[in-house]
Design a binder for this molecule. Structure first.
Ligand code: 4NP
Length: 148
């Protein structure tokens, strides 16, 4: 199969998990001189135009990645048609994307036995974002190695 040239990561709000996936993927592409289009989006509209949540900005920064310039957008049919790979962060995202006619893959299938990336939005504090970052980093890099 031809290699993919573009990838969009999709979670619920596009402020916690998928911005981290976008940041990790952009860093990996830069380091490996990959010419690919990378973005992220949410299935929900609550946070359109907002930067990533503070804890995601912080955990990315600790890991040498600046995601503070990202702004949330909502997934739509135009974006679905525009990207070769639509990558969902959990099963609810998969269901919502399929309902929109997309054919999503699940990020957790690339190193975490198909697990959901847990939604850290409702975690009490910073704890948990470290684990979420680690899971996203491993799976995003495996995905790009296989698909790009
Ligand atoms: P995300 O987290 O899907 O990882 O960006 C969430 C952010 C916001 C909401 C839910 C999840 N929310 O309900 O506003």
């Amino acid at each position: 199969m031809a290699k993919a040239k573009s990838v969009i990561f999709v979670c619920l709000g596009n402020i916690c998990r998928s911005p981290l996936a976008e940041g990790v993927a952009k860093e990996y592409a830069k380091k490996n001189n990959l010419d690919i289009k990378i973005s992220s989006a949410g299935t929900g509209s609550w946070h359109i135009g907002e930067p990533p949540c503070d804890n995601s900005i912080e955990v990315a920064k600790i890991n040498g990645i600046d995601i503070s310039d990202q702004r949330a957008q909502q997934i739509n049919k135009i974006l679905i048609d525009e990207f070769d790979l639509i990558i969902a962060l959990d099963d609810k995202n998969i269901t919502d994307l399929k309902r929109m006619g997309a054919n999503p893959l699940k990020l957790g299938d690339y190193g975490y036995d198909g697990d959901d990336v847990p939604d850290p939005y409702f975690f009490p504090g910073f704890e948990g974002f470290d684990k979420v970052f680690e899971m996203i980093k491993i799976c995003v890099e495996n995905l790009l190695k296989q698909k790009i």
